[in-house]
Design a protein around this ligand. Structure first.
Ligand SMILES: Nc1ncnc2c1ncn2[C@@H]1O[C@H](COP(=O)(O)OP(=O)(O)OP(=O)(O)O)[C@@H](O)[C@H]1O
Length: 458
C-alpha cells in the first residue's frame, strides 16, 4: 500500500493536465481500470471509474447522486467521507463493499481530498479488492480425471472440514479453493486469500490478526486482520509450506480456538472461519525435515485433495486452449485461430508449469500472430523442457474428406480425431466412450453429430 502521508492535502495535479481541467476527470480518465469514486461535499457519489461501473454492471448515471456509503456492505457508525470533509485528512481503511455480484468483498479504501479549479472540494476514494473478486470461477475440463476431481471438490465443499489442496504450480489450486468456497454454505461470506510467501516473521501477526493504532512505529491507524475479515467465510492459506516455522504455533492456536489478539490490543477477538490451504510442496517431507509442524498439518489436512497436473488430463488441452484464447481475445480487437500443427505442438508438451504455462505460451503466440491465425512456429515450447511424460493422447490432425464442409475449427478437428482414436479403443461403444471422456452420453451424442461420426448406441 502506498504511504498515504505522501498524498498532499488538499491535492492538485502538477500543472494543467486535462482538456476539461477537472481534477476528478484527471483521476478517472487516464486510469479507467482502477476502482475510483468521486464524492461531493454533500455526501453523494458524483462519478465512478469505468472499471467500477463495469464491475457493478451499471451505467455511470445510476450511481450518480447515490449516498456516499451506497456500496458499503455494513454501514459504519461514523461516515468516513463526512469526517474527511470536516478534517481534510486522508484515510486508509479496510471494509466490506458490495462489488460484482453483490456479495460482500473485503477491500482497502484510500480517500483523499481534491480541490477542483472552480474551488470545490471533492473527495476521491480508490478501492483495492483484497483477494480475488467474488465471481464464480469457470473450471474447464471434461476429462474423466478432471471430472473425478471436481466431484471430490463438490463433496468437500458441502462440509466444514479443513481442506489441503496439493498440486504442481499453476495447476489450479487457487481456482479450486474459490470453487470450494462458492459451493459451500459459506458462499455468502467473504473469501480471503492469505499469501503465505509474503508473511515474514515481522508481518505475520499484524497481517493475520491486525493491529491497533500506535502498536508499533508505522501503525498510524487501526488495521483489521485477514482472519477477522474472513469471519463467517473462508480463509485461504496459499503456499502454506512457506509459513515460517516460528509462526506456525500462532496460526494453529488461532485456528483451534477461533480467537486471536491484534498486535497491541488488550482484548482477544473471535472469528469463525473455514480453512482451505494449498501447497505445491511435499508437506510430509517438510515435517520429516523439521520444517513444518505435524500438529498444524493434521489441523489443515483433514481432507487432502490432489489437483491433477495438466499432462495427466491431456484430453482437456484443446478445450483449455480455446478457453484461454477466448479470454485473450476479449481484451483485444480480434479473435484467434490455431493451426493444426500448432495444436499438435501444444498436445505434445508436458507442461511443468501447467495451465499457467499453457496460458503464457498462448499469450506469446497471440502476440506474435497479428492476423489472428496462430502458426506452429510461434508456439515456443521451452527447449530445456522434459519430453511429455505421458504418451501422446493420440490426437492426429487429419484433413479427412469426412470433415470437409463441416466447418470445424482446428480445436474441433483435434477433438474429432481424439474421439475417433478412443472409438477404436472402445470398439465403438458409446457408453464406454462417454464414461472415459467424463461426459454424459447426451453430450457425446451431440459431439458425434457435430463431427459426423456415426456410432451405434450401447
Ligand atoms: N480448470 C481450469 N479451468 C480454467 N482455467 C484454469 C483452471 N485451473 C486453473 N486455471 C487457470 O490457470 C492459472 C493458474 O491457476 P491457479 O493460480 O489457480 O494455480 P495454482 O495452482 O494456485 O498456482 P500456484 O501454485 O502458482 O499458486 C490461472 O490463470 C487460472 O485461472
Amino acid at each position: 500500500m502506498p504511504p498515504i502521508s505522501h498524498v498532499p492535502i488538499p491535492w492538485s495535479p502538477p500543472g494543467p493536465t486535462t482538456q476539461t481541467n477537472s481534477i476528478s476527470q484527471w483521476l478517472l480518465e487516464p486510469h479507467p481500470t482502477s476502482l475510483t469514486l468521486i464524492v461531493s461535499s454533500t455526501l453523494g457519489i458524483l462519478q465512478a471509474s469505468a472499471k467500477l461501473n463495469d464491475l457493478l454492471r451499471i451505467s455511470g448515471p445510476e450511481l450518480h447522486n447515490c449516498p456516499c456509503c451506497h456500496l458499503d456492505a455494513t454501514p459504519a457508525m461514523v461516515c468516513r467521507h463526512r469526517t474527511l470533509f470536516r478534517d481534510l485528512e486522508p484515510y486508509s481503511e479496510t471494509l466490506l463493499m458490495r462489488l460484482g455480484d453483490g456479495e460482500p468483498q473485503p477491500v482497502r479504501v484510500i480517500g483523499f481530498p481534491i480541490i477542483e479549479p472552480d474551488g470545490r472540494i471533492l473527495l476521491a476514494e480508490t478501492i483495492r479488492p483484497l483477494g480475488p473478486l467474488r465471481q464464480a470461477p469457470r473450471l474447464v475440463g471434461q476429462s474423466a480425471t478432471f471430472q473425478r476431481h471436481l466431484q471430490e471438490l463438490r463433496q468437500a465443499a458441502a462440509t466444514e472440514a479443513s481442506v489441503l489442496l496439493h498440486g504442481e504450480t499453476g495447476s489450479g489450486k487457487e481456482l479450486a479453493a474459490e470453487l470450494l468456497h462458492q459451493q459451500s454454505p459459506r458462499a455468502d461470506g467473504p473469501f480471503i486469500v492469505v499469501d503465505c510467501t509474503v508473511l515474514s516473521e515481522d508481518l505475520f501477526e499484524s497481517e493475520l490478526f491486525g493491529h491497533v493504532k500506535g502498536a508499533f512505529t508505522g501503525a498510524t491507524s487501526h488495521k483489521t486482520g485477514l482472519m477477522e475479515l474472513a469471519d463467517k467465510g473462508t480463509l485461504f492459506l496459499d503456499e502454506i509450506g512457506e509459513l515460517p516455522l516460528s509462526q506456525q504455533p500462532k496460526l494453529l492456536r488461532a485456528l483451534e480456538t477461533g480467537t486471536f489478539r491484534p498486535v497491541g490490543a488488550t482484548k482477544t477477538r473471535r472469528a469463525k472461519v473455514r480453512v482451505i490451504s494449498a501447497t505445491h510442496q511435499d508437506l510430509p517431507a517438510l515435517i520429516q525435515r523439521g520444517a513444518f509442524r505435524q500438529d498444524l498439518y493434521y489441523r489443515l489436512a483433514v481432507l487432502p485433495i490432489g489437483i491433477p497436473a495438466l499432462r495427466e488430463r491431456r484430453e482437456d488441452i484443446p478445450a483449455m486452449t480455446e478457453h484461454i484464447l477466448q479470454q485473450i481475445a476479449a481484451e483485444r480487437p480480434r479473435a484467434y485461430r490455431l493451426g493444426k500443427e500448432a495444436m499438435r505442438k501444444l498436445l505434445g508438451y508436458s507442461y511443468p508449469g501447467n495451465i499457467r504455462e499453457l496460458r503464457n505460451l498462448l499469450q506469446l503466440a497471440t502476440a506474435l500472430s497479428p492476423e489472428g491465425e496462430i502458426p506452429a512456429e510461434v508456439i515456443r515450447i521451452p527447449t530445456h523442457a522434459p519430453a511429455a511424460a505421458a504418451p501422446e493422447c493420440g490426437v492426429k490432425l487429419t484433413d479427412s474428406a469426412a470433415t470437409a464442409g463441416l466447418g470445424l475449427s482446428p480445436i474441433e478437428l483435434a477433438e474429432r480425431q481424439y474421439i475417433l482414436d478412443l472409438l477404436r479403443e472402445y470398439h465403438g461403444s458409446r457408453r464406454g466412450l462417454a464414461e472415459r471422456m467424463g461426459i454424459s452420453e447426451r453430450t457425446l451424442y451431440r459431439k458425434l453429430k457435430r463431427y459426423a461420426l456415426n456410432v451405434p448406441n450401447g
